[in-house]
Design a protein around this ligand. Structure first.
Ligand code: GLY
Length: 348
């Protein structure tokens, strides 16, 4: 699997122009959703003038086969060949779907990801996972297909609301926990209310390096890439539970509380230090709204964890930590331990 170039851009149009000049292509396409078409496309418009624009409806509900067919048809109808180039301009929904369209159209055309949300910058747009949802199943159909390049610019974050910034920051906290104490401490000191975008851009680039370093070792998630699932076994269960109960929460908010539950499990299982657990609890409590589940929801949460596609059989596997950067994959926890972790999350 080829690796992708990650490029930090202070001026996204200028950076993109340099890249397009250096990448031969016969036709250029830009994929947006209805939001990024309005808010983000104007930032790149001066340098992609000749491109054919494809727009899809926003929202993860629309990351489906119909939207994918629309992208394939637009590529086909406007003369795309194997030498064409697709720019995916948007959040994770656009980079996932656009990446999969690029992976499959004429058996693969090149694409560039230009993520416009913090979550997509530090997670979805890097590492090569692409795909669409099918029926109620998230990312049920997809491929590992890294973009040629990812252009990362905090310029887009000016128009992103505080909830979505916090959501992306949860994935950055995860990268801090699986890397070094130094990086994690810098993240914990970052003031999300002040939102200094230059300082954030630096942290974003560090965060991407953490992910890239792991993906390089295990691009198709056979072993160490599972480190990136920290906080997600509980987090995905919280996210689906909240959606089913008509109280949808953003992915990163579910992951933030998933991290707390899983660090508690790490503490009782692998000796993760109490002081670090306490620091994470006070950070998450301050930034992320609590999730309103009760002990009556434990069985449902349990069932959701069992159906997580990363699990096999009835065992529930977690990525845990012995300390910051001390990764332990495929840890099995009992129902009693998981219930204790859910108690801990509620008590927080
Ligand atoms: N989002 C986790 C991964 O890319 O593996």
């Amino acid at each position: 699997m080829n690796t992708q170039r990650i490029i930090a851009a202070t001026d996204v149009a200028e950076t993109l122009k340099g890249m397009l000049d250096g990448m031969e292509h016969d036709r250029l396409f830009v994929l947006t959703d209805e939001h990024t078409e309005q808010w983000c496309y104007p930032l790149v418009a001066p340098v992609v003038g000749e491109a054919h624009r494809i727009s899809i409806a926003a929202g993860d509900d629309n990351k489906d086969i119909e939207a994918l067919c629309h992208v394939w048809d637009e590529l086909s109808g406007h003369g795309a060949t194997r030498h064409s180039l697709l720019i995916n301009l948007g959040g994770g929904m656009v980079t996932d779907l656009g990446g999969f369209a690029a992976a499959t159209f004429k058996r693969g055309i090149r694409c560039i990801n230009v993520p416009t949300t913090l979550l997509a910058m530090v997670d979805a747009a890097v590492g090569g996972k692409t795909g669409i949802n099918r029926h109620a199943l998230k990312n049920e159909v997809g491929a590992f297909y890294p973009a040629e390049a990812v252009v990362v610019s905090a310029q887009f974050l000016h128009t992103l609301d505080a909830h979505n910034i916090a959501s992306g920051f949860a994935e950055m906290l995860k990268h801090g926990l699986i890397s070094t104490e130094e990086h994690w401490s810098r993240l914990m000191r970052y003031d999300l209310n002040g939102l200094d975008l230059d300082a954030l851009q630096e942290l974003i680039m560090e965060s991407i390096c953490v992910k890239e370093h792991i993906v390089e070792q295990d691009p198709t998630e056979k072993h160490i890439r599972k480190a990136l699932n920290l906080g997600h076994t509980l987090g995905h269960a919280f996210e689906t539970w909240a959606m089913r109960h008509a109280m949808p929460i953003l992915h990163g908010h579910a992951v933030a509380w998933g991290l707390i539950g899983e660090l508690y499990l790490a503490h009782i299982h692998e000796g993760f230090p109490t002081d670090k657990l306490r620091q994470m609890v006070s950070y998450v409590k301050e930034v992320y709204e609590p999730i309103a589940f009760t002990c009556k929801d434990y069985d449902e949460l349990h069932e959701l964890m069992q159906h997580d596609k990363k699990n096999r059989g009835t065992e529930i596997r977690f990525t845990l930590l012995g300390g910051i950067g001390d990764i332990r994959i495929d840890c099995i926890a009992t129902k009693e331990e998981i219930d204790e972790a859910l108690d801990f999350v509620r008590e927080c």
